[in-house]
Ligand binder design. Structure first.
Ligand code: ADP
Ligand code: GLC
Length: 476
């Protein structure tokens, strides 16, 4: 089967969050049995130089190239450059629209830039004659509407990674979508008086998925449907929740080259201690006691991640022996609050502002616990990375976190600590349970449990296969 994915992120080239990791790991696994292609934008600053093959593909369908319009003139000067990565064929969309950017999101004209990319992905799918076209999030959602209106539609799947970002723009900005070569009727994409790209994807795809069963259920009602729950309910029978997998080569404590001491479930205690010692040296906080529970946090500092709840809980529980190492960037308010704490209680709290892939691995390897206080979480990957590194996750009971972490009363099934979202005292109490667990014999059993969990794609990729089969059936 030939599958073309379309996405704004792909690890290690463009990464802002979990979408990049999810897609790179899924496609690497799919490529073992299928022909897998991925279209992504070529931005000015990539995480790694691509291995180009020299082959080039147009970003326009031949019949549309004849048309005289602004969009066509932009697409005429754009093209796809083919590259190879871990058995997957990548198509980098080379266009002035993206090449001047050094990061993928947050720039003006996103409504136009991603619409152009979506058209180009649609054209590529038709040129490559793929069996399934799989688009991810709002950035590529319009390609599904184009596919639906095409004379030769290709079966489509739309994966929602985060409903909080919908790509909605005033209609006066998206008038070009009615014109050549889009020719879209945009009135059905209206949500709250705006042209909503996410809604376009939901209405147009043959099959819709999201990244955990728990999040699927939550998005069918408000507030987690972010206003689109009615639309998802209309499509409920074609909407499934497939839990993300992880790249078990990239996140493997036995072979991880980014950490100071590799380890397995047989020597995790010694391994963690060495990694902790090195981490403290590296961050210049040698005074942190090694025998106190170290809690790691890594993430985009946004509303979704619930960090204000965490800050309040930490301040209320300063009597606990915990130490905290936080890595992240985002909202200036949260950044400032973390920086202040890092200065005022340097023996307890350390904050690294920025993005640092290698430090993320070091924190996972060194920490005893990993905290995710999300208010909502479509899947979340760090709780699964934590499991692999013997780092006990402490998570809020939401979305994919509740699907992957269980605070069972039966020790053999316990895989972490769970608390209620947006609840300072529930989080504080979870930190207390973490202390008890840290100093008890039970910790050894929980660490063994989690290090032996299988979060690989190997078995789970079949679920996408069956969604592809349904999309093909519906498209006939
Ligand atoms: P989301 O996609 O909502 O950000 P996920 O848990 O799915 O959440 O994935 C986040 C990914 O991004 C993880 O691999 C995490 O380690 C990484 N990440 C987030 N912020 C940073 C950062 N500041 N430095 C390094 N890695 C980060
Ligand atoms: C989104 C979600 C996150 C999920 C990731 C990959 O960014 O916020 O929960 O793990 O996509 O699917």
């Amino acid at each position: 089967m030939k599958i073309l994915h379309a996405s704004a992120e792909y690890f290690p080239y463009i990464k802002m969050g979990g979408l990049a990791d999810m897609l790179a790991s899924l496609t690497k696994e799919q490529a073992k049995t299928e022909e897998v292609y991925v279209a992504l934008p070529l931005i000015g600053k990539l995480g790694k130089p691509p291995q180009y093959t020299g082959k080039v593909y147009p970003a326009l369908l031949p019949q549309d190239a004849e048309i005289d319009s602004l969009v066509v003139s932009v697409l005429k000067t754009s093209r796809f450059l083919e590259a190879k990565e871990s058995g997957v064929t990548l198509y980098f969309f080379q266009s002035d629209l993206f090449q001047t950017l050094d990061s993928i999101y947050g720039h003006k004209e996103e409504h136009f830039r991603f619409a152009m990319f979506s058209y180009a992905c649609y054209a590529l799918s038709q040129i490559l004659k793929v069996d399934v076209f799989h688009a991810h999030d709002w950035h590529t959602a319009l390609s599904l509407a184009l596919q639906k209106d095409s004379a030769f539609p290709i079966p489509t799947v739309f994966t929602i990674h985060n409903l909080a970002y919908q790509g909605d723009h005033p209609f006066w900005m998206t008038g070009f979508l009615k014109e050549e070569p889009f020719r879209l009727v945009t009135s059905p994409f209206d949500h709250d008086g705006k042209c909503n790209y996410m809604k376009a994807g939901i209405l147009s795809a043959n099959q819709i998925t999201t990244v955990s069963p728990g999040y699927r259920e939550e998005t069918l009602a408000e507030p987690n449907g972010f206003g689109l729950s009615y639309c998802l309910n209309q499509r409920a029978k074609d909407y499934s929740g497939i839990l993300n997998g992880i790249d078990t080569d990239e996140w493997n404590p036995k072979e991880d080259k980014r950490i100071d001491q590799t380890f397995s479930d047989a020597n995790w205690k010694a391994g963690k201690l060495k990694n902790k010692t090195k981490l403290f040296q590296e961050i210049g906080r040698p005074l942190m006691p090694l025998d106190a529970p170290l809690v790691g946090l890594i993430g985009r500092l946004t509303y979704q991640k619930g960090y204000p709840t965490f800050l309040k809980a930490v301040l209320e529980r300063l009597h606990l022996p915990h130490r905290y190492v936080v890595l992240g960037s985002g909202d200036p308010e949260t950044e400032n609050a973390f920086s202040q704490l890092s200065e005022s209680i340097p023996d307890v709290f350390y904050f690294y502002k920025g993005y640092n892939e290698s430090l993320a691995h070091k924190i996972e390897a060194a920490s005893d616990f990993f905290l995710m206080p999300s208010l909502f979480e479509p899947c979340g990957l760090n709780q699964m990375y934590s499991h692999a590194y013997g780092t006990i996750p402490i998570v809020s009971r939401v979305g994919g976190l509740r699907d992957t972490v269980e605070e069972s009363s039966i020790l053999e099934y316990k895989t972490g600590i769970v608390f209620e979202p947006n609840d300072v005292s529930s989080l504080g109490y979870a930190l207390e349970r973490a202390k008890d667990l840290f100093f008890s014999q039970e910790r050894d059993i929980v660490v063994k449990n989690i290090m032996n969990l299988d979060w690989s794609w190997e078995k789970r990729k079949i679920e996408y296969q069956s969604v592809y089969s349904k999309a093909i059936e519906l498209n006939i």
